[in-house]
Design a protein around this ligand. Structure first.
Ligand SMILES: Cc1cc2nc3c(=O)[nH]c(=O)nc-3n(C[C@H](O)[C@H](O)[C@H](O)COP(=O)(O)OP(=O)(O)OC[C@H]3O[C@@H](n4cnc5c(N)ncnc54)[C@H](O)[C@@H]3O)c2cc1C
Length: 372
Protein backbone atom coordinates (compact mmCIF):
# COMPACT_ATOMS: atom_id res chain seq x y z
CA UNK A 1 0.00 0.00 0.00
CA UNK A 2 1.30 3.49 -0.81
CA UNK A 3 2.03 5.47 2.34
CA UNK A 4 2.05 9.14 3.38
CA UNK A 5 3.54 10.91 6.40
CA UNK A 6 1.88 14.24 7.24
CA UNK A 7 3.31 16.95 9.50
CA UNK A 8 0.54 18.92 11.25
CA UNK A 9 -2.92 17.91 12.49
CA UNK A 10 -4.80 21.14 11.76
CA UNK A 11 -7.95 21.22 9.60
CA UNK A 12 -5.92 20.88 6.39
CA UNK A 13 -3.60 18.16 7.69
CA UNK A 14 -6.44 15.94 8.94
CA UNK A 15 -8.55 16.58 5.82
CA UNK A 16 -5.59 15.67 3.59
CA UNK A 17 -5.18 12.47 5.60
CA UNK A 18 -8.85 11.62 5.01
CA UNK A 19 -8.54 12.32 1.27
CA UNK A 20 -5.49 10.07 1.02
CA UNK A 21 -7.13 7.27 3.06
CA UNK A 22 -10.20 7.48 0.87
CA UNK A 23 -7.87 7.02 -2.13
CA UNK A 24 -6.47 3.84 -0.55
CA UNK A 25 -3.25 5.17 1.02
CA UNK A 26 -2.07 4.46 4.54
CA UNK A 27 -1.44 7.66 6.48
CA UNK A 28 0.31 8.78 9.65
CA UNK A 29 -0.11 12.34 10.95
CA UNK A 30 2.43 13.95 13.29
CA UNK A 31 1.17 16.70 15.60
CA UNK A 32 3.64 18.66 17.71
CA UNK A 33 1.10 19.48 20.44
CA UNK A 34 0.14 16.98 23.12
CA UNK A 35 -3.43 16.89 21.78
CA UNK A 36 -5.21 17.85 18.56
CA UNK A 37 -7.11 21.08 19.15
CA UNK A 38 -8.41 23.85 16.95
CA UNK A 39 -7.82 27.41 18.08
CA UNK A 40 -9.74 30.46 16.94
CA UNK A 41 -13.35 30.01 18.14
CA UNK A 42 -15.52 29.67 15.02
CA UNK A 43 -15.18 29.16 11.31
CA UNK A 44 -17.21 29.84 8.19
CA UNK A 45 -16.88 27.18 5.51
CA UNK A 46 -17.48 28.46 1.98
CA UNK A 47 -18.47 26.28 -0.95
CA UNK A 48 -14.88 25.26 -1.80
CA UNK A 49 -14.48 23.62 1.62
CA UNK A 50 -18.05 22.26 1.55
CA UNK A 51 -17.42 20.53 -1.79
CA UNK A 52 -14.41 18.69 -0.34
CA UNK A 53 -16.36 17.68 2.76
CA UNK A 54 -19.14 16.48 0.45
CA UNK A 55 -16.59 14.31 -1.37
CA UNK A 56 -15.49 12.94 2.03
CA UNK A 57 -19.11 12.15 2.94
CA UNK A 58 -19.06 14.55 5.90
CA UNK A 59 -21.15 17.48 4.72
CA UNK A 60 -24.50 16.34 6.18
CA UNK A 61 -23.00 15.97 9.65
CA UNK A 62 -21.22 19.33 9.34
CA UNK A 63 -24.47 20.99 8.32
CA UNK A 64 -26.34 19.29 11.17
CA UNK A 65 -23.81 20.44 13.76
CA UNK A 66 -23.37 23.92 12.35
CA UNK A 67 -25.57 26.64 10.89
CA UNK A 68 -26.36 26.92 7.21
CA UNK A 69 -26.29 30.68 6.70
CA UNK A 70 -29.20 32.27 4.85
CA UNK A 71 -27.45 35.53 4.15
CA UNK A 72 -24.38 37.70 4.49
CA UNK A 73 -24.77 41.40 5.32
CA UNK A 74 -22.31 44.29 5.37
CA UNK A 75 -23.23 47.19 7.67
CA UNK A 76 -21.59 50.44 8.62
CA UNK A 77 -20.48 51.07 12.20
CA UNK A 78 -23.91 52.57 13.06
CA UNK A 79 -25.64 49.42 11.89
CA UNK A 80 -26.96 50.75 8.56
CA UNK A 81 -27.16 47.93 6.03
CA UNK A 82 -24.85 48.51 3.05
CA UNK A 83 -25.40 45.15 1.38
CA UNK A 84 -27.34 41.98 2.13
CA UNK A 85 -27.06 38.96 -0.12
CA UNK A 86 -28.62 35.52 -0.03
CA UNK A 87 -26.19 32.62 0.30
CA UNK A 88 -26.95 29.61 -1.82
CA UNK A 89 -25.53 27.52 -4.66
CA UNK A 90 -21.85 28.30 -5.07
CA UNK A 91 -22.20 30.87 -2.29
CA UNK A 92 -23.28 28.33 0.36
CA UNK A 93 -21.68 29.03 3.75
CA UNK A 94 -21.82 26.92 6.92
CA UNK A 95 -20.70 28.36 10.27
CA UNK A 96 -19.70 26.26 13.28
CA UNK A 97 -17.36 26.21 16.26
CA UNK A 98 -13.88 25.10 15.14
CA UNK A 99 -13.63 22.46 17.82
CA UNK A 100 -16.93 20.91 16.66
CA UNK A 101 -15.53 20.61 13.15
CA UNK A 102 -12.26 19.17 14.43
CA UNK A 103 -14.12 16.63 16.60
CA UNK A 104 -16.05 15.47 13.58
CA UNK A 105 -12.88 15.15 11.45
CA UNK A 106 -11.11 13.21 14.20
CA UNK A 107 -13.99 10.73 14.42
CA UNK A 108 -13.81 10.25 10.65
CA UNK A 109 -10.02 9.78 10.89
CA UNK A 110 -10.44 7.14 13.59
CA UNK A 111 -13.06 5.31 11.54
CA UNK A 112 -10.66 5.25 8.56
CA UNK A 113 -7.64 4.10 10.62
CA UNK A 114 -5.62 7.27 10.18
CA UNK A 115 -2.75 7.11 12.68
CA UNK A 116 -2.26 10.37 14.60
CA UNK A 117 0.87 10.72 16.71
CA UNK A 118 0.79 13.63 19.16
CA UNK A 119 3.88 15.19 20.73
CA UNK A 120 5.68 14.50 17.44
CA UNK A 121 7.34 17.62 16.10
CA UNK A 122 8.54 17.60 12.49
CA UNK A 123 11.82 19.41 12.04
CA UNK A 124 12.66 18.70 8.40
CA UNK A 125 11.94 16.64 5.32
CA UNK A 126 14.07 15.31 2.49
CA UNK A 127 12.92 15.21 -1.15
CA UNK A 128 13.28 11.40 -1.25
CA UNK A 129 10.20 11.16 1.00
CA UNK A 130 11.74 11.26 4.47
CA UNK A 131 10.16 13.13 7.36
CA UNK A 132 12.50 13.95 10.23
CA UNK A 133 10.92 14.31 13.63
CA UNK A 134 12.34 15.72 16.86
CA UNK A 135 14.39 13.09 18.68
CA UNK A 136 16.26 12.00 15.51
CA UNK A 137 13.40 9.84 14.26
CA UNK A 138 13.00 9.36 10.52
CA UNK A 139 9.88 8.19 8.69
CA UNK A 140 9.97 7.09 5.05
CA UNK A 141 7.00 7.40 2.72
CA UNK A 142 5.88 7.62 -0.90
CA UNK A 143 4.64 11.11 -0.07
CA UNK A 144 5.44 13.55 2.74
CA UNK A 145 2.95 16.38 3.30
CA UNK A 146 3.86 19.58 5.14
CA UNK A 147 0.59 20.74 6.75
CA UNK A 148 2.39 22.39 9.64
CA UNK A 149 0.88 25.85 9.28
CA UNK A 150 2.21 29.36 8.69
CA UNK A 151 5.58 28.78 10.41
CA UNK A 152 6.13 25.43 8.61
CA UNK A 153 9.46 23.92 9.70
CA UNK A 154 9.21 21.39 6.86
CA UNK A 155 8.80 24.09 4.18
CA UNK A 156 11.70 26.05 5.64
CA UNK A 157 13.93 22.95 5.82
CA UNK A 158 13.51 22.49 2.06
CA UNK A 159 14.24 26.19 1.44
CA UNK A 160 10.84 26.56 -0.22
CA UNK A 161 9.81 29.75 1.60
CA UNK A 162 9.83 32.78 -0.72
CA UNK A 163 7.64 35.06 1.46
CA UNK A 164 6.32 34.57 4.99
CA UNK A 165 4.74 37.72 6.37
CA UNK A 166 2.93 38.51 9.63
CA UNK A 167 0.59 41.25 8.40
CA UNK A 168 0.05 44.58 10.10
CA UNK A 169 -3.61 43.73 10.73
CA UNK A 170 -5.16 40.98 12.80
CA UNK A 171 -8.23 39.78 14.65
CA UNK A 172 -9.44 38.82 18.10
CA UNK A 173 -11.87 35.90 18.05
CA UNK A 174 -14.22 34.38 20.61
CA UNK A 175 -17.45 32.43 21.02
CA UNK A 176 -20.18 33.87 23.24
CA UNK A 177 -23.53 32.62 24.46
CA UNK A 178 -25.72 35.13 22.63
CA UNK A 179 -28.50 34.99 20.07
CA UNK A 180 -29.82 37.76 17.83
CA UNK A 181 -33.39 36.42 18.17
CA UNK A 182 -33.93 36.40 14.40
CA UNK A 183 -35.19 33.40 12.47
CA UNK A 184 -32.97 34.21 9.44
CA UNK A 185 -29.36 33.09 9.94
CA UNK A 186 -27.12 35.93 8.81
CA UNK A 187 -23.40 36.63 8.92
CA UNK A 188 -23.12 40.32 9.82
CA UNK A 189 -19.94 42.25 9.16
CA UNK A 190 -19.81 45.82 10.48
CA UNK A 191 -17.25 48.20 8.95
CA UNK A 192 -15.76 51.30 10.60
CA UNK A 193 -12.97 53.31 8.99
CA UNK A 194 -10.21 50.84 9.93
CA UNK A 195 -11.89 48.04 11.85
CA UNK A 196 -14.43 45.28 11.26
CA UNK A 197 -16.67 43.29 13.57
CA UNK A 198 -18.11 39.95 12.45
CA UNK A 199 -21.14 38.47 14.22
CA UNK A 200 -22.07 34.94 13.14
CA UNK A 201 -24.53 32.39 14.58
CA UNK A 202 -22.87 28.98 14.94
CA UNK A 203 -25.66 26.99 16.65
CA UNK A 204 -26.45 25.87 20.21
CA UNK A 205 -27.16 29.47 21.20
CA UNK A 206 -23.57 30.45 20.40
CA UNK A 207 -22.33 33.38 18.35
CA UNK A 208 -18.85 33.58 16.85
CA UNK A 209 -17.37 37.09 16.75
CA UNK A 210 -14.23 38.46 15.22
CA UNK A 211 -12.91 41.96 15.95
CA UNK A 212 -10.43 42.92 13.32
CA UNK A 213 -8.13 45.96 13.28
CA UNK A 214 -4.64 47.32 12.57
CA UNK A 215 -2.05 45.84 14.94
CA UNK A 216 -0.88 49.35 15.82
CA UNK A 217 -4.23 50.07 17.54
CA UNK A 218 -3.19 48.69 20.94
CA UNK A 219 -6.61 49.20 22.54
CA UNK A 220 -8.25 47.30 19.68
CA UNK A 221 -5.87 44.33 19.89
CA UNK A 222 -6.01 44.07 23.70
CA UNK A 223 -7.27 40.83 25.27
CA UNK A 224 -9.55 40.86 27.25
CA UNK A 225 -11.24 43.13 24.75
CA UNK A 226 -11.62 46.82 25.56
CA UNK A 227 -15.42 47.32 25.71
CA UNK A 228 -15.29 51.13 25.72
CA UNK A 229 -12.98 51.27 22.68
CA UNK A 230 -14.97 48.82 20.57
CA UNK A 231 -18.42 50.09 21.46
CA UNK A 232 -17.36 53.68 20.72
CA UNK A 233 -16.14 52.57 17.27
CA UNK A 234 -19.29 50.46 16.63
CA UNK A 235 -22.42 52.09 18.09
CA UNK A 236 -24.50 49.82 15.81
CA UNK A 237 -23.29 46.63 17.51
CA UNK A 238 -25.16 45.78 20.76
CA UNK A 239 -22.87 46.82 23.64
CA UNK A 240 -23.95 43.67 25.48
CA UNK A 241 -22.05 41.67 22.85
CA UNK A 242 -18.77 43.49 23.60
CA UNK A 243 -19.37 43.01 27.32
CA UNK A 244 -19.85 39.26 26.81
CA UNK A 245 -16.76 39.19 24.61
CA UNK A 246 -14.67 40.91 27.28
CA UNK A 247 -15.41 37.97 29.60
CA UNK A 248 -14.95 35.28 26.93
CA UNK A 249 -11.92 33.14 26.23
CA UNK A 250 -10.65 35.34 23.38
CA UNK A 251 -7.49 35.10 21.32
CA UNK A 252 -5.72 37.61 19.10
CA UNK A 253 -3.74 36.68 15.97
CA UNK A 254 -2.06 38.71 13.26
CA UNK A 255 -3.03 37.86 9.73
CA UNK A 256 -0.53 35.83 7.75
CA UNK A 257 0.67 35.51 4.18
CA UNK A 258 2.87 32.83 2.60
CA UNK A 259 4.27 32.50 -0.89
CA UNK A 260 6.40 29.42 -1.55
CA UNK A 261 9.18 29.16 -4.15
CA UNK A 262 7.62 25.89 -5.30
CA UNK A 263 4.76 23.79 -3.95
CA UNK A 264 6.78 20.60 -3.70
CA UNK A 265 10.31 19.25 -3.72
CA UNK A 266 10.72 15.66 -4.85
CA UNK A 267 8.09 13.66 -2.95
CA UNK A 268 7.35 16.36 -0.37
CA UNK A 269 4.26 18.56 -0.92
CA UNK A 270 3.03 21.55 1.08
CA UNK A 271 -0.66 22.16 1.87
CA UNK A 272 -2.86 24.51 3.92
CA UNK A 273 -1.50 27.65 5.55
CA UNK A 274 2.03 26.28 5.15
CA UNK A 275 1.46 26.67 1.41
CA UNK A 276 -0.98 29.52 0.94
CA UNK A 277 -1.70 31.44 4.17
CA UNK A 278 -3.72 34.55 3.37
CA UNK A 279 -5.54 37.27 5.33
CA UNK A 280 -9.05 35.99 6.14
CA UNK A 281 -10.67 39.05 4.56
CA UNK A 282 -12.63 36.84 2.14
CA UNK A 283 -12.94 33.91 4.59
CA UNK A 284 -11.37 31.50 2.12
CA UNK A 285 -8.39 29.97 3.99
CA UNK A 286 -9.86 26.51 4.53
CA UNK A 287 -11.58 26.45 1.12
CA UNK A 288 -8.28 27.20 -0.59
CA UNK A 289 -6.38 24.74 1.60
CA UNK A 290 -8.84 21.89 1.02
CA UNK A 291 -9.25 22.60 -2.69
CA UNK A 292 -5.48 22.42 -3.16
CA UNK A 293 -5.23 19.28 -1.01
CA UNK A 294 -7.93 17.58 -3.06
CA UNK A 295 -6.27 18.55 -6.37
CA UNK A 296 -2.99 17.21 -4.96
CA UNK A 297 -4.55 13.85 -4.07
CA UNK A 298 -6.26 13.70 -7.50
CA UNK A 299 -2.87 14.33 -9.17
CA UNK A 300 -0.93 11.68 -7.26
CA UNK A 301 -3.62 9.08 -7.84
CA UNK A 302 -3.81 9.80 -11.59
CA UNK A 303 -1.29 7.13 -12.54
CA UNK A 304 1.90 9.20 -13.00
CA UNK A 305 4.77 9.05 -10.49
CA UNK A 306 4.48 11.22 -7.37
CA UNK A 307 7.23 13.69 -8.33
CA UNK A 308 5.70 14.41 -11.76
CA UNK A 309 2.18 14.50 -10.28
CA UNK A 310 3.20 17.16 -7.77
CA UNK A 311 4.69 19.33 -10.53
CA UNK A 312 1.49 19.00 -12.57
CA UNK A 313 -0.55 19.84 -9.46
CA UNK A 314 1.32 23.09 -8.90
CA UNK A 315 0.98 24.09 -12.58
CA UNK A 316 -2.78 23.53 -12.42
CA UNK A 317 -3.63 24.95 -9.01
CA UNK A 318 -1.21 27.82 -8.47
CA UNK A 319 -2.71 30.56 -10.73
CA UNK A 320 -6.13 30.69 -8.99
CA UNK A 321 -4.44 30.36 -5.59
CA UNK A 322 -2.33 33.48 -6.17
CA UNK A 323 -5.32 35.32 -7.63
CA UNK A 324 -7.33 34.68 -4.43
CA UNK A 325 -4.37 35.48 -2.17
CA UNK A 326 -3.85 38.79 -3.99
CA UNK A 327 -7.52 39.76 -3.67
CA UNK A 328 -7.48 38.83 0.01
CA UNK A 329 -4.53 41.19 0.49
CA UNK A 330 -6.38 43.96 -1.38
CA UNK A 331 -9.55 43.46 0.64
CA UNK A 332 -7.50 43.51 3.84
CA UNK A 333 -5.98 46.87 2.87
CA UNK A 334 -9.39 48.20 1.87
CA UNK A 335 -10.76 47.23 5.29
CA UNK A 336 -7.91 48.40 7.51
CA UNK A 337 -5.47 50.66 5.69
CA UNK A 338 -7.68 53.10 3.82
CA UNK A 339 -7.24 56.87 4.42
CA UNK A 340 -10.38 57.91 6.38
CA UNK A 341 -11.82 60.27 3.73
CA UNK A 342 -12.14 57.28 1.41
CA UNK A 343 -14.27 55.28 3.85
CA UNK A 344 -17.41 56.87 2.37
CA UNK A 345 -16.39 55.81 -1.14
CA UNK A 346 -15.76 52.31 0.16
CA UNK A 347 -19.27 52.14 1.66
CA UNK A 348 -20.68 53.13 -1.73
CA UNK A 349 -18.59 50.39 -3.36
CA UNK A 350 -19.85 47.81 -0.86
CA UNK A 351 -23.47 48.83 -1.54
CA UNK A 352 -23.12 48.94 -5.30
CA UNK A 353 -21.31 45.60 -5.56
CA UNK A 354 -23.59 44.02 -2.93
CA UNK A 355 -20.74 43.16 -0.58
CA UNK A 356 -17.67 43.46 -2.82
CA UNK A 357 -17.37 39.79 -3.64
CA UNK A 358 -18.29 40.11 -7.26
CA UNK A 359 -14.89 40.12 -8.97
CA UNK A 360 -14.53 37.31 -11.39
CA UNK A 361 -11.91 35.63 -13.49
CA UNK A 362 -12.98 33.74 -16.57
CA UNK A 363 -16.55 34.29 -15.40
CA UNK A 364 -15.89 32.60 -12.03
CA UNK A 365 -16.45 34.06 -8.57
CA UNK A 366 -13.84 33.50 -5.82
CA UNK A 367 -16.12 30.94 -4.21
CA UNK A 368 -16.92 29.21 -7.51
CA UNK A 369 -13.25 28.99 -8.47
CA UNK A 370 -12.51 26.89 -5.38
CA UNK A 371 -15.18 24.26 -5.92
CA UNK A 372 -13.65 20.88 -6.79
C1 LIG B 1 -8.71 35.60 12.26
C2 LIG B 1 -8.84 34.46 11.31
C3 LIG B 1 -10.08 34.08 10.87
C4 LIG B 1 -10.21 33.05 9.93
N1 LIG B 1 -11.46 32.71 9.51
C5 LIG B 1 -11.60 31.76 8.55
C6 LIG B 1 -12.89 31.41 8.09
O1 LIG B 1 -13.93 31.88 8.59
N2 LIG B 1 -12.99 30.51 7.08
C7 LIG B 1 -11.88 29.92 6.53
O2 LIG B 1 -12.02 29.12 5.60
N3 LIG B 1 -10.65 30.22 6.98
C8 LIG B 1 -10.47 31.11 7.97
N4 LIG B 1 -9.24 31.41 8.45
C9 LIG B 1 -8.08 30.68 7.91
C10 LIG B 1 -8.00 29.27 8.48
O3 LIG B 1 -8.07 29.35 9.89
C11 LIG B 1 -6.69 28.60 8.08
O4 LIG B 1 -6.51 28.69 6.69
C12 LIG B 1 -6.69 27.13 8.48
O5 LIG B 1 -7.00 26.96 9.84
C13 LIG B 1 -5.30 26.54 8.20
O6 LIG B 1 -5.29 25.19 8.60
P1 LIG B 1 -3.93 24.39 8.52
O7 LIG B 1 -4.28 23.00 8.94
O8 LIG B 1 -3.26 24.59 7.21
O9 LIG B 1 -2.95 25.09 9.57
P2 LIG B 1 -3.03 25.24 11.14
O10 LIG B 1 -4.42 25.42 11.60
O11 LIG B 1 -2.03 26.27 11.50
O12 LIG B 1 -2.55 23.82 11.68
C14 LIG B 1 -1.20 23.44 11.68
C15 LIG B 1 -1.05 22.28 12.65
O13 LIG B 1 0.28 21.81 12.58
C16 LIG B 1 0.84 21.73 13.89
N5 LIG B 1 2.28 21.95 13.73
C17 LIG B 1 2.92 23.12 13.53
N6 LIG B 1 4.25 22.90 13.40
C18 LIG B 1 4.43 21.56 13.51
C19 LIG B 1 5.57 20.74 13.44
N7 LIG B 1 6.78 21.24 13.25
N8 LIG B 1 5.41 19.39 13.58
C20 LIG B 1 4.16 18.85 13.79
N9 LIG B 1 3.05 19.60 13.87
C21 LIG B 1 3.18 20.95 13.72
C22 LIG B 1 0.13 22.82 14.68
O14 LIG B 1 0.20 22.54 16.06
C23 LIG B 1 -1.27 22.70 14.12
O15 LIG B 1 -2.02 21.69 14.77
C24 LIG B 1 -9.07 32.40 9.42
C25 LIG B 1 -7.80 32.76 9.89
C26 LIG B 1 -7.68 33.77 10.83
C27 LIG B 1 -6.30 34.15 11.32
Amino acid sequence: MTHAEIAGAGLCGISTALLLRQAGWSVRVHEQASSVREIGAGIVLHEGACSVFEHLGLIDEIQEQGVLLDGSAALDSDGRVLADRELDGEFRQIALPRQTLMGLLLRAAEALDVEIVTGSKAIAARPDGTLVVDGDKEFHADLVVAADGFHSAVRDSLKLTAKKISRTNGATRALVKWESGESRTVLREYWSTDKRVGVIPVGDGLTYCYLSSPETDRRATAVPIDVAHWSAAFPGVPRELFELLSRADARHDSYAYVKPRAWAKGSVAIVGDALNALPPSLGLGVSLGLRNARLMVDAITSGVDVVTALQQWEAKARPDTEWIQNWSLRRERLAHNLPSPLAYVRSRMISRSNGMRGWSRNGKSFDGALVT
